[in-house]
Ligand binder design. Structure first.
Ligand SMILES: [Zn+2]
Length: 372
């Protein structure tokens, strides 16, 4: 056997091993992670129950439904619109695993863009996920991409034209769920997911819709609640209550000329009161160092600390960073205060919920204490 043939055989063997290992990791990203709902769960529906067109597609996703004994209003919590914003997905999971509902109905989607949980953004060096310690051991959670997986929706056009407004954005935004609302029955997979969520809101007559997000610390809209005109009263009440608890949060009005976003289109096209919240995720920003599972969970980064001290950021950033505990605590407190504000303004239609830990409890105990 010649020398070249031996080298070729060795290289083929090494390549096969690499393919097996990486292939297994890629395949794992397509599997669901386990979620352990609280005893108050009424049923698990699928988004395709509201829009048939999603059936057997990678866009179909679980809808966790909780119902109180007494009739009241309803709220939809959207986690995982952007799977590279982990406090969003984790807050929605924490709700599913702890929620008690006395009055009204609560709908939770933990992976709103399920396809985007099956891959990472190219050239970001992001890990596939991160770990949280719980009483019964370590649990794994996924860290995905901002956009639908290109193996599920391909190719991107050069220019993305938002269907109902004609707004033009860069082609890759075609796969961004939060530029696709209100969605289209016969559109792309991303537009179909948006259409499914809009259909759920219409069919279940959802009163309140809360879309959870994160942004990099250098992004101006951060530690903020974004409200459609119709939701401004609810947002103002909720923000005042949060500020009384020393949680800094700002009110941003949904721009009327920026289309495809949940807080704009769901307010324009449905009867729901839409709101969106942002927390600060250092693992997402351009200034960060190595993107590790620790950075996602601990939220500590020396360059961000430097930028924060120099006054270049839109949030305070010290040596404690912005840990996931704090970011999830902000979202859970935000949701609770939004629901309370809705109740104040809609007597007779209250949504009475419990079981969710308070802000200080979550900071002291950590999220792991509240995950099953
Ligand atoms: Zn986002």
């Amino acid at each position: 056997m010649g020398k070249h043939r031996i080298i070729a055989i060795i290289l083929t063997g090494v390549m096969t091993l690499v393919i097996i290992f990486t292939g297994r990791e890629f395949k794992d990203m397509h599997a669901d992670i386990p979620i352990f709902p609280s005893d108050d769960l009424a049923e698990v529906k699928m988004l395709s129950d509201y829009f048939e067109g999603l059936k057997n597609t990678p866009g179909d996703t679980q809808v966790y439904v909780f119902e109180g004994e007494e009739e009241g209003g309803s709220v939809l919590i959207l986690g995982g619109t952007h799977p590279n914003e982990p406090s969003s997905n984790l807050t929605s999971i924490l709700f599913v695993e702890n929620l008690k509902v006395d009055k009204g109905r609560v709908f939770v989607i933990t992976e709103s863009n399920k396809s985007a949980f099956t891959h990472n953004d190219p050239q970001e060096g992001s890990p596939h996920g991160y770990y949280i310690e719980t009483a019964s051991g370590q649990r794994f959670f996924k860290y995905g991409s901002r956009a639908t997986n290109p193996i599920h929706q391909w190719p991107d056009p050069d220019v993305y034209v938002h269907a109902s407004s004609g707004q033009q954005l860069s082609g890759s935004e075609t796969r961004n769920l939060n530029r696709a609302y209100p969605g289209r029955e016969d559109g792309t997979l991303t537009e179909k997911v948006a259409y499914g969520i809009t259909s759920l809101i219409n069919k279940e007559q959802i009163d309140l819709t809360i879309d959870l997000h994160e942004a990099s610390p250098e992004y101006p809209v951060i530690n903020a609640m974004v409200a459609h005109e119709t939701s401004a009263d609810i947002a103002s009440f909720a923000i005042l209550e949060m500020q009384f608890q020393s949680i800094e949060i700002a009110l941003e009005m949904s721009p009327k000329n920026l289309h495809g976003l949940s807080h704009r289109e769901l307010g324009d096209f449905t009867e729901t009161y839409p709101l969106l919240m942002e927390t600060a995720n250092p693992a997402q920003g351009r200034l960060r160092g190595a993107t590790s599972a620790e950075l996602i969970v601990e939220g500590i980064d020396p360059i961000y600390e430097k930028a924060g001290n120099a006054g270049f950021l839109f949030v305070k950033f010290d040596e404690n960073g912005h840990p996931l505990n704090e970011r999830v605590a902000r979202h859970t407190t935000g949701i609770i205060e939004i629901v309370k504000a809705f109740n104040c303004l809609n007597s007779g239609k209250e949504i009475i919920i419990g079981g969710i830990p308070g802000y200080d409890d979550m900071l002291q105990q950590g999220i792991g204490a509240y995950l099953r």
